[in-house]
Design a protein around this ligand. Structure first.
Ligand SMILES: [Zn+2]
Length: 271
């Protein structure tokens, strides 16, 4: 159930011309968008985007049709997944994700200034966006899954949008820090997302993310966790070399370290 009062407040924040208008862009042509009532509009390619309960649907027409017809096995699954690892106190996953949250926060907070604009790509139910919000950092939180986005209703300093990680609805070089934790293992073409994250990062800005590695504990994840969905259509655990190559192919070097008791790689890219 969507809290309509909170959703209305979100919409009012969104309609005000402020920091969000300096970030959001057309997912197709990347030009700035105009906001007008319950739509957003791209003056450059003339595409109209709906704003539904305060959250804009910033998906290209090309992607939207097959996505909503459930024709894309991987993306259509994540459109509908119901998995809130920030709240389920029973699962082992809950402990793991909160530990991961603090390790990630300690790595990324040194790159933040009070005026930083942050982008959380594949934010889910707001594990990392939540801690940014509590510390008053202006954050654009993107996810394909609207249910996950609505779990964050009411968080201050957060602008949410339904979006695809491979086609970010964000203007070129508009963001100081891009975050993507536990996202690219769900993407069939992570190189496209790496290029998009580089495109939207300001010169001098940073990209930080994490991904499960080849630790043997991942093989028993489904037995150990009661909250992990067992029917994910695509999940790829990366080697250190694969993460280094991913960023090298995108045109930059990544600093890679192990976090979460050696179960995940954390990368830091300086643009
Ligand atoms: Zn456009």
């Amino acid at each position: 159930m969507i809290d309509t009062q909170v959703a209305e407040i979100d919409l009012k924040i969104f309609q005000t011309k402020d920091w969000k208008s300096e970030i959001f862009g057309c997912p197709s042509c990347k030009e700035p968008l105009n906001a007008d009532g319950d739509i957003m509009y791209c003056p450059s390619c003339q595409t109209v985007y709906q704003v539904d309960n305060g959250v804009p649907v910033l998906l290209s027409d090309q992607l939207k049709a097959p996505l909503f017809r459930q024709e894309l096995p991987v993306k259509s699954y994540y459109l509908n997944e119901r998995y809130d690892w920030t709240r389920d106190p029973k699962g082992l996953e809950y402990c793991y994700h909160h530990y991961r949250k603090w390790e990630t926060w300690s790595a990324l907070k040194k790159f933040l200034q009070p005026e930083s604009l942050v982008l959380d790509v594949g934010c889910g139910t707001g594990l990392i966006t939540g801690i940014l919000s509590r510390n008053h950092y202006r954050t654009v939180a993107l996810d394909l899954n609207r249910w996950a986005l609505f779990q964050m209703n009411g968080k201050p300093y957060v602008a949410k949008a339904q979006a695809d990680a491979e086609s970010l609805p964000v203007q070129d070089e508009s963001v100081d820090l891009v975050i993507a934790t536990e996202v690219i293992e769900h993407l069939e073409e992570p190189g496209r997302t790496a290029e998009e994250m580089l495109r939207v990062t300001r010169p001098g800005g940073h990209i930080i993310g994490s991904v499960p590695n080849r630790h043997p504990l991942w093989n028993v994840r489904r037995q150990l966790s009661i909250s992990c969905p067992g029917n994910e259509p695509f999940h790829r655990n990366f080697s250190r070399r694969e993460i280094a190559d991913l960023w090298q192919e995108a045109g930059c070097q990544a600093e890679i370290s192990a976090i979460c008791l050696g179960m995940n790689w954390l990368w830091i890219v300086n643009k």
